[in-house]
Design a protein around this ligand. Structure first.
Ligand SMILES: Cc1cc2nc3c(=O)[nH]c(=O)nc-3n(C[C@H](O)[C@H](O)[C@H](O)COP(=O)(O)OP(=O)(O)OC[C@H]3O[C@@H](n4cnc5c(N)ncnc54)[C@H](O)[C@@H]3O)c2cc1C
Length: 337
């Protein structure tokens, strides 16, 4: 059932557990309710679409309307010998969708196991892990315009996906709400085990390589590396891995030969934000009630009752130090409000 509230606490709606309120809050359980609601309000209010709040840092109360999709259906639309098309509502928990795929022997989503958040945010963020990105399995995205509730369909190429990026974060920023996503998954076993230590883990455990075991291996690796937001509130990687000019990186790496880089398209390389933060001296660094995670400096955790503004200040302190040391500007992956 859809529900509208005033001065709504967002504490349980963001993984940093920041205790702020939204002036208006609409929890919406079906697309038709949403469209009726958007037509009724008929005004260009300050609207923000909130999923699971696992990539958000609230620094103050939100003085507008927050819409939170809670639709939760997963359905198989059609299938042929090679592929299956699965539609998942925006409000579906992302990892429940991955589990659905694994349970049904649909290949392609398994490397994205255990990423927090909802299906609705997956194309917005183009979530990625272990060499796979949401864009690899997204067929199309169903959305509505916030201004008038008009339905829209975006093909994969129309989403203009990039590294943790899409059209929804650029030219369409704040204009659309994703209501559901159609995924195209493989029916034949194709695995992507090249990234990180997945292969190593399989060699160690001598397990058979199958869909369930790949999912479980990724879950185990993630749980051993990343802090659980329920124990240490966080929003995952705070910064993106900077993509910089290859020539510039050549100059920087003469001074810091230990810096890791990966090819990132013509004339560009991707550097590792975690390593930059670590080498700038911030691994396990703590300031009042905010710290970097001891295993992964890229993750900022709240260790006590820090406010969103304190966490933002902490992140800016790190950003400044990295810029001063390496001349590389970090850009937040987390959406700061
Ligand atoms: C411990 C931890 C580990 C993480 N690991 C990874 C990882 O490996 N890879 C990765 O990519 N991310 C990772 N993240 C980040 C996060 O899980 C993803 O960004 C996720 O997609 C956020 O989903 P959400 O539903 O919580 O979105 P929110 O945080 O609520 O919102 C994120 C953005 O999406 C927009 N949005 C949300 N729902 C909709 C919708 N229905 N329509 C339109 N816009 C919408 C919001 O407006 C906002 O701009 C991690 C986070 C945590 C806490």
């Amino acid at each position: 059932m859809s529900k509208f509230e005033y001065n709504f606490s967002l504490k349980d709606y963001n993984t940093f557990n920041i205790d702020v309120t939204s002036k208006e809050f609409f929890a919406c359980s079906c697309e038709n309710d949403l469209i009726d609601f958007l037509i009724k309000i008929n005004s260009p209010k300050d609207i923000f679409v909130l999923g699971g709040g696992s990539n958000i840092l609230f620094t103050k109360n939100f003085d507008g309307l927050i819409i939170n999709m809670q639709n939760s259906k997963i359905e198989i639309l059609n299938s042929n010998n090679d592929f299956v098309y699965v539609k998942a509502d925006a409000g579906v928990i992302w990892d429940n969708f991955v589990e659905f795929c694994v349970e049904n022997n649909f290949y392609g989503a398994e490397n994205l196991s255990l990423i927090p958040g909802t299906v609705g945010a997956s194309p917005v963020q183009n979530i990625g892990a272990y060499g796979t990105e949401a864009k690899d399995i997204i067929f199309e995205v169903n959305a509505v315009k916030l201004i008038n509730g008009q339905k829209q369909i975006f093909s994969n190429s129309e989403c203009e996906f990039g590294y943790r990026d899409s059209i929804f974060k650029n030219s369409l920023l704040g204009r659309n709400l994703v209501t559901s996503v159609v995924f195209k998954l493989n029916k034949k076993p194709i695995f992507n085990l090249e990234y990180g230590n997945i292969k190593e883990e399989f060699e160690k455990s001598k397990q058979e390589i199958n869909l369930r075991n790949v999912r479980n291996t990724i879950i185990n690796i993630r749980q051993s590396k990343l802090p659980d937001p329920k124990v240490s509130p966080n929003a995952g990687s705070f910064f993106k891995n900077p993509v910089i000019d290859e020539t510039l990186f050549g100059i920087i790496s003469q001074k810091f030969p230990y810096l890791i880089s990966y090819p990132a398209g013509e004339g560009k390389v991707k550097t590792a934000a975690g390593q930059l933060i670590d080498k700038a001296g911030f691994k396990g660094f703590k300031l009042n009630n905010v710290a970097t995670h001891s295993n992964q400096a890229l993750v900022i955790i709240k260790t006590g009752n820090a406010s969103g503004a304190e966490i933002k200040y902490f992140s800016e302190h790190i950003k400044k130090a990295v810029l001063e040391k390496f001349g590389i500007a970090l850009e937040p992956e987390v959406n700061i409000l």
